[in-house]
Ligand binder design. Structure first.
Ligand code: PMP
Length: 357
């Protein structure tokens, strides 16, 4: 028997699972992780915190993750309170819960592509119809066109990744405000990469007061260097959090996850201490690629989209042969490289020079 013989949903038939290849190579620059592992002090603190909890693992976790949400509210600032913050297993689960509460059969969600490909996948996975709008040639958004698309389709949910994946493009607050004014439903600003933004790129968190249908999602997978922990979160009006409580599975966040995330938040000075170095490495990467005559999208994130290669697969494979794994994603002639350590980026540059010779 194989998959096709099962009575699987018609809309899942013939699909392949989402996911970047997990290949064991010396230099992995393909999933936008932070390359710096936790320090020995953090690991020791984490082990101690887990040990302290382990004796109670016969009990379910705090179902509402109240202490963790209070810590996350404190980290975000902007006067946010615990009731305005919600957490789940990665921001992907946060997005799924948003769709379960605000999307569904007969409802629609719109996004501006190229953008994060999980937005349409989670949308259709929750039986919500995906509407594809587009970005400009330079991957920015024209606020007028975005508003027109929203007025035309009247979507229940608008997705806006800022900084956007895979392009790195951040949106000015005026564009987000214009979209909020036009949108009849929820507006989700996916800020997975917010901490990497360049000076002068403010967070949509500043728009929360007065915009009860705005949701800002974040993650500890990127700048926080905790991808293995699986902890994503959001900030919104308390009523939005109440809506998500209706669809979340009881005890969705394990005691171990909550504990690890709280330890990481206590160590945030260390974890976020790598962000400046990664930003500098990113800007240097953009400059280097441009000096090579390549097209490079401006980036406010920890990755860079560059091209244009009529046969991008060949370039991707050439890098892989040289031990450097990047991501074949985004518009057809472009590739995306995650910013790694200085040594990893030197290896990337050497490999790319070898491929482009
Ligand atoms: N949003 C965006 C824009 C992303 O790029 C990613 C990770 N690739 C996520 C959300 C999900 O990350 P996680 O589930 O690890 O929080």
């Amino acid at each position: 028997m194989n998959l096709d013989d099962l009575p699987i949903r018609d809309d899942l038939r013939g699909k392949t699972p989402y996911g970047a290849p997990q290949i064991d190579v010396p230099v992995r620059l393909n999933t936008n992780e932070n390359p710096y592992p936790p320090s020995a002090a953090l690991v020791a603190d984490l082990a101690e915190a887990v040990r302290a909890q382990a004796g109670e693992l016969n009990r379910y976790p705090d179902r509402d993750a109240t202490a963790l949400r209070a810590d996350l509210a404190g980290y975000l600032g902007h006067g946010l309170r615990t009731e305005q913050v919600w957490a789940a297993n990665g921001s992907n689960e946060v997005l799924q819960q948003i769709l379960q509460a605000f999307g569904g059969h007969g409802r629609t969600a719109i996004g501006f592509e190229p953008s994060y490909s999980m937005h349409p996948i989670i949308t259709s996975g929750t039986n919500t119809e995906w509407i594809q709008a587009s970005r400009e040639e330079d991957f920015s958004l024209d606020p007028g066109k975005a508003v027109t698309a929203i007025e035309e389709h009247r979507p229940d949910i608008v997705f806006l990744a800022s900084p956007n994946n895979p392009t790195g493009t951040a949106q000015p607050l005026e564009t987000i405000a214009a979209i909020l004014a036009a949108a009849p439903g929820m507006v989700v600003v996916d800020e997975a990469y917010a901490e990497f933004a360049r000076e002068g790129t403010p967070s949509a968190l500043t728009l929360l007061p007065g915009h009860p249908r705005l949701i800002v999602t974040r993650t500890m997978s990127k700048a926080f260097a905790m991808a293995g922990t699986r902890l994503g979160y959001l900030a919104a009006h308390p009523a939005v959090v109440e809506a998500l409580l209706l669809v979340r599975l009881p005890y969705h966040l394990s005691t171990l996850t909550q504990t690890a995330a709280r330890v990481a938040l206590r160590h945030r000075a260390e974890l976020l201490g790598t962000v400046d170095a990664l930003r500098r490495e990113r800007d240097a990467t953009v400059t280097w690629l441009r000096a090579k005559g390549l097209a490079v999208a401006d980036s406010d994130a920890n990755f860079v989209l560059f091209g244009r290669f009529p046969d991008r697969r060949k370039v991707w494979e050439g890098l892989l042969e040289r031990g450097v794994l990047i991501r074949e994603v985004g518009p057809p002639e472009w590739l995306r490289v995650t910013i790694g350590t200085g040594e990893e980026m030197a290896a990337f540059r050497a490999a790319l020079e070898g491929v482009l010779l």
